[in-house]
Ligand binder design. Structure first.
Ligand SMILES: [Zn+2]
Length: 332
């Protein structure tokens, strides 16, 4: 199937590997548009050109999917900033509305898909109760529902607790589009002691179409974890599509630390010397594909050249794919 026609994510996954986009918040922080430590995306409203240009970089590098720049965009997180005197003048709904429109505009330049991203709330970790946690996801879902014409599928990502992920998937499934979910965990399992294998089975049993890992761990640790996930799912006769979006920084000594890259003393702002090379990115994409990962993308620190390496490695028709994008835009 050609990747140049807008299609269902499930059709693309069935046809071959799908390339996700790269880091949003960490790259915008490096460029001056996001505050370190808070990691919220109000730049979507305050500096839309900067955010849009970053998404365009990913599209042109070869991403099949553009994610809405809505990470940590929920009122709970924004209110935390306000309580600390770091006033944010925009609401989560305003950010998410702009994020949907922006992602669709960029994706349409290259017939890519739009994935609307959910991220963990604050109620679960504060033990406020299941109802409160669910309301946070419903609040994110409300804006996405109003812009459902712009959205092709949903992704709940960056979960440290599989129980919270299950609540998020429950809400995402009410939106009646394909659903993906991923966790920021590694060899040690989740934050409440659920093993990596158990998390994989629980993720698959939510009924999500695609499950996997994102953030916190480097390409090599993530590959080891994805192998364990595949084996656990095979043993249970479960076969969701698999996704993997690791960080760009090589951090082997963090492999057995639940905090991943954030266990390193130089994290988060002194990691530049650890950025993976394009060759390493190529090797990761090849290995991921060979172990059965269908969706290959990047999380924190991954920039457009990494996405380009992933796409070049696994897209046999990459030259044709980019050529058709250029024809559509009548450039170069
Ligand atoms: Zn990340």
């Amino acid at each position: 199937m050609s990747k140049t026609a807008r299609s269902s994510i499930l059709d693309l996954l069935a046809a071959g590997p799908v390339i996700g986009d790269g880091s949003l918040i960490a790259v915008l922080e490096k460029r001056g548009y996001v505050r370190a430590g808070y990691w919220t995306p109000e730049a979507v409203v305050t500096h839309p050109d900067a955010v849009k240009n970053l998404l365009k970089e990913y599209l042109w590098a070869g991403a099949d999917v553009i994610q809405t720049p809505s990470f940590y965009s929920h009122d709970g997180r924004l209110n935390l900033l306000n309580e600390k005197g770091k006033l944010v003048d925009v609401t989560a709904a305003q950010i998410n509305e702009a994020a949907c429109k922006m992602a669709r505009e960029v994706a349409d330049e290259g017939n890519a898909l739009v994935c609307a991203g959910f991220s963990p709330g604050i109620s679960f970790q504060q033990n406020i109760g299941e109802e409160a946690a669910r309301r946070e996801f419903e609040s994110q879902a409300k804006t996405f529902k109003e812009h459902e014409a712009d959205i092709d599928f949903y992704l709940g990502e960056f979960f440290g607790y599989v129980e919270e992920l299950e609540q998020c998937v429950d809400v995402m499934k009410t939106l009646k589009k394909p659903v993906a979910c991923s966790m920021k965990i590694g060899a040690m399992g989740d934050y409440s002691g659920v093993t990596l294998e158990e998390c994989a089975v629980k993720m698959a049993n939510t009924g999500a179409d695609m499950i996997g890992l994102n953030c916190y761990f480097d390409i090599n640790t993530s590959l080891k974890s994805m192998k364990r996930i595949k084996k656990a799912l095979d043993a249970e006769g479960l076969s969701p599509y698999l996704m993997c979006q690791p960080v760009a920084w090589m951090c082997p000594e963090a492999e057995n630390n639940i905090k991943g890259v954030h266990a390193l003393p130089e994290a988060p702002l002194g990691l530049d010397a650890r950025v993976m090379t394009r060759f390493e990115a190529h090797a990761f994409a090849r290995s991921a594909y060979e172990i059965g990962v269908n969706y290959i993308g990047g999380c924190c620190g991954c920039e457009s050249h990494h996405i380009r390496a992933f796409a070049q490695e696994v897209n046999g028709d990459f030259t044709q794919f980019i050529f058709q994008r250029q024809i559509k835009l009548q450039v170069r």
